[in-house]
Design a protein around this ligand. Structure first.
Ligand SMILES: *[C@@H]1O[C@H](CO)[C@@H](O)[C@H](O)[C@H]1NC(C)=O
Length: 240
């Protein structure tokens, strides 16, 4: 039994080290959220972010005055997101994690790389078009609620909930393929995608890794990558 005690100890130590490493970044985010609850500060910050936005393609970060930012739920969500980002296995230039997902229309289980078409770049949009990978809600109506979210969706308790919520997205972007993450949230974990995030996968490798949403979510960056790719490879049609 000593052995399992040792294993448990190692696990606890690893967890403690992880917490220590994540703490500074988390505290910074917490202070930011707290400050954002002062409306005069929030308006100034949003204005600044709006000015910095250099492309009309990128969705503006918007927060209504009525949304409280510093809550127990928001802190939990931020912690969860930072932890996933830290522990993700997807890294630029490395093999793309081939996680399990479920096709929304066919309700069939596949692997994420099964959605690649030959040698064409596959855009993974953890959040709304191309191959959309629908993951756990960052703003469920029973968690960190945001009245700016287009739909009020509770936390998915089962795969059926998740598939039903993803159907909403299909009606909005009917031309794109939508898959949902499995209930172990393995794609979310592998790609550190909580909130939202963009990736491009080609030849089973990660060739573009966008920043963490909402502030790091840049469609303009993705477009630049694709344009560059088109220039270098002639008129290869990229699925959009
Ligand atoms: C996956 O996400 C759902 C929320 O959509 C959550 O209820 C569930 O506990 C998560 N699963 C795991 C294994 O963390």
């Amino acid at each position: 039994m000593d052995d399992s005690g040792g294993v448990q100890m190692a696990r606890a130590l690893k967890h403690a080290a992880l917490c220590l490493m994540l703490l500074p970044r988390f505290l910074l985010a917490a202070v930011m959220l707290w400050l954002l609850d002062f409306l005069c500060i929030r308006r100034k910050v949003l204005l600044k972010m709006g000015e910095r936005q250099d492309s009309p393609d990128d969705p503006p970060v918007c927060v209504s005055d009525s949304n409280k930012m510093f809550t127990w739920e928001s802190l939990r969500a931020v912690w969860h997101g930072q932890k996933l980002d830290f522990l993700k296995s997807a890294h630029l230039g490395e093999a793309a994690p081939n996680t399990e997902v479920v096709l929304v229309q066919e309700r069939r289980q596949v692997r994420i790389l099964d959605c690649t078409k030959g040698k064409r770049p596959l855009v993974l949009n953890f959040g709304s078009y191309f191959l959309v990978v629908y993951i756990e809600e960052a703003h469920p109506s029973d968690g960190w609620v945001s009245s700016d979210a287009p739909y009020q969706i509770p936390k998915h308790r089962c795969l059926e909930d998740r598939l039903r919520a993803a159907q909403l997205m299909l009606t909005e972007v009917p031309e794109s393929k939508v898959v949902v993450d499995n209930m172990d949230n393995s794609s979310n974990a592998a790609y550190g995608a909580y909130f939202e995030r963009l990736y491009i996968v080609m030849d089973e490798r990660v060739v573009y890794q966008g920043g963490r949403g909402p502030e790091g979510y840049r469609i303009s960056e993705l477009k630049n990558w694709l344009e560059q790719y088109r220039k270098e490879n002639g008129q290869v049609k990229v699925q959009t």
